[in-house]
Design a protein around this ligand. Structure first.
Ligand code: ADP
Ligand code: MG
Length: 562
């Protein structure tokens, strides 16, 4: 016999309770990428390094980052990350590290590595959940002599920091300014951390990263360029990406006096002329007060946006790695690769957000030869990068992988079965930079495969692929020869030095002569290739067809054949 106890709405009412964002993520730590010990350790390093790079770049400081991982128990690691950025003022340290959804980037439309304000505080939350250890933070700002030292927990019920120690100390380690954090987590150390750092170095050629692994191995990832990239600007939202609720909120909070000035002030790419046109098409008075627009009127504005031609958003908010910079850093990481090509596409727009795709192809036949037979059947490596941050998980759901699969790799001599990645001695790099990267989840592991984005990625790979197929056809001939001559170029200085030693002649002079000889040799080889190209009727028409007519083919880097 069942006795059914009836519950009333009032009973249920007593059970309702607010859930703090920290409690939510404590229970759902997998949503933030902490779903197993290996990933958790990786996320800890990644969030701290991403922040360090963001902070340095924003402050105009060339980053010097030190990462140390020490094992402190069977499955426990102490992670310390130090940067030479601007540091954090005392008053902010607590909330930055001890409050989820707190940060300086969320409300700005600006290309940065972090965006949600849930990076480093999530690490603190995970650390306290798995080890109970407090997070330690040292912060030195330029204007203060002393370093602020904090030890803290995160109060999950309140989603507020709980500082347990706070003092100003003398601490020479940080120099002029910077942050050092030390966090203990339950984790498992895998080489993927080194992959992440290596890829980070590729995507941030201006950064120097020093790493000490748990077994004491020290690795330095040097910079390959000495200057920071141009600073990415903040942009206002573009009308094309606007949603009803957002527009409604903006109208109601606006301090602009007329609808027309609201449009020109609060949106990018809307000048007086466009604003007037929008009002006209929406059949609304350009002088009406923004907060007076009702739902009907807002709907009319939304529709007008679809009909009126509006300039694309400004593009100075994007900071690509750059063709030559990306090539340099790939050369640095893959010094033995036979061929490397990189391209940067022109910026375009998805849902009102400007974005830009870069692609690179690395051909490294020896890398496969030295390895075992089995590896020959492995899919190619795809280095996925979003706003200069390498993505390491959830590749199956990522726009980048969709794009790579979509390309016909057979034309580049790789084998590929339907709807899968090709196999062969190739690495493909894809970088998307945008003021807002659409990640599939809070852990920012994969880029959502919006068709506009996938298409642009595919075009980027094909642009690079064009250079690649030229290399492939040319490489059996003079290409190899040319490469050998160019290798000699690297040692010209040493050779000159030795000859100078032997002959007593001027080293500079000898080096100049040597380089001249090399240059001539390269010219002759290039000419030979070109002649052969002409003989063979250059161009790869089938390749060209794949690109839209309005796509301007990229500068040819290597001359074409058949
Ligand atoms: N090493 C650092 N140096 C200076 N500021 C930092 C550093 N780390 C974090 N911050 C600041 O703390 C904020 C919150 O960081 P985080 O929780 O990782 O979120 P997000 O990076 O997504 O904004 C950042 O927006 C930044 O302003
Ligand atoms: Mg962050």
């Amino acid at each position: 016999v069942f006795i059914i106890v009836k519950k009333t709405a009032e009973d249920f009412a007593k059970e309702q309770k607010e859930i703090s964002v920290s409690e939510f993520f404590e229970k759902n730590k997998h949503l933030l990428g902490f779903d197993n010990p290996t990933k958790a350790l990786m996320m800890t390093v990644k969030e701290a390094v991403d922040n360090a790079l963001d902070a340095c770049q924003d402050a105009g400081i060339v980053p010097d980052i030190t990462v140390k991982i020490k094992q402190s128990g069977e499955d426990k690691y102490v992670v310390s990350v130090q940067d030479n950025g601007p540091g954090i003022v005392k008053e902010q340290i607590g909330r930055i590290f001890g409050k989820l959804l707190y940060g300086s980037k969320f409300h700005k439309l600006r290309q940065s590595r972090g965006q949600q304000g849930i990076g480093i505080s999530a690490v603190v939350l995970y650390s306290q959940l798995t080890t109970g250890n407090p997070a330690k933070v040292w912060s030195k700002v330029e204007s203060k002599k002393k370093t602020h030292y904090f030890e803290m927990h995160l109060n999950t019920m309140k989603n507020e920091p709980e500082v347990i120690k706070e003092e100003d100390i003398d601490y020479a380690v940080l120099g002029e300014s910077g942050i050092k954090i030390e966090i203990t987590v339950v984790g498992r150390y895998r080489k993927t951390i080194e992959d992440y750092l290596k890829q980070t170095s590729i995507a941030n050629p201006f950064a120097k990263i020093n790493f000490t692994s748990p077994d004491g191995t020290k690795i330095t990832y040097p910079r390959s360029i000495n200057e920071l990239p141009k600073e990415p600007k903040i942009m206002k939202p573009h009308p094309y990406g606007m949603e009803f609720g957002t527009l409604q909120r903006m109208l109601h909070n606006s301090s602009s006096r007329t609808l027309q000035s609201f449009m020109t002030n609060e949106f990018s790419s809307v000048g007086a002329q466009t604003a007037k046109e929008l009002c006209k098409v929406a059949k609304l008075d350009a002088n009406s007060k923004p907060e007076s627009l009702d739902r009907d009127a807002i709907e009319k504005v939304m529709n007008a946006v679809q009909k009126v031609k509006i300039q694309r958003p400004p593009l100075d908010c994007l900071s690509p790695i750059g063709e030559s910079e990306l090539e340099k850093s790939l050369r640095k990481e893959y010094p033995n690769a036979e061929f490397i090509t990189t391209i940067t596409r022109e910026p375009t727009v998805y849902r009102g957000f400007p974005f830009m795709i870069e692609a690179g192809i690395v051909y490294d036949e020896k890398d496969i030869e030295v390895d075992d037979e089995k590896k020959k059947g492995d899919a190619i490596d795809v280095l996925r990068i979003a706003n200069r941050v390498p993505l390491l998980y959830q590749s199956g759901a990522c726009a980048t992988i969709e794009a790579v699969k979509d390309v016909d790799w057979k034309r580049y001599g790789l084998s590929q079965s339907a709807n899968s990645l090709p196999t062969g001695p190739v690495k493909v790099v894809i970088h998307m930079c945008s003021v807002w990267v659409p990640f599939i989840s809070e852990s920012k592991e994969a880029i959502a495969p919006y068709p506009d984005i996938v298409k642009e990625m595919k075009l980027a790979i094909q642009d690079a692929g064009r250079n690649f197929s030229r290399f492939l056809s040319g490489r059996r001939r003079a290409g190899e020869q040319k490469r050998r001559v160019q290798i000699f170029e690297r040692y010209a200085n040493e050779v000159a030095n030795s000859i100078a030693g032997l002959t007593g002649k001027q080293e500079k002079e000898i080096e100049k002569k040597l380089l001249g000889m090399i240059k001539n040799r390269v010219k002759i080889i290039e000419k030979e290739i070109e002649e052969e190209n002409n003989k063979n009727g250059v161009n790869n028409e089938s390749n060209k067809e794949e690109t839209k007519k309005d796509e301007k083919p990229k500068q040819e880097k290597i001359k074409e054949k058949k």
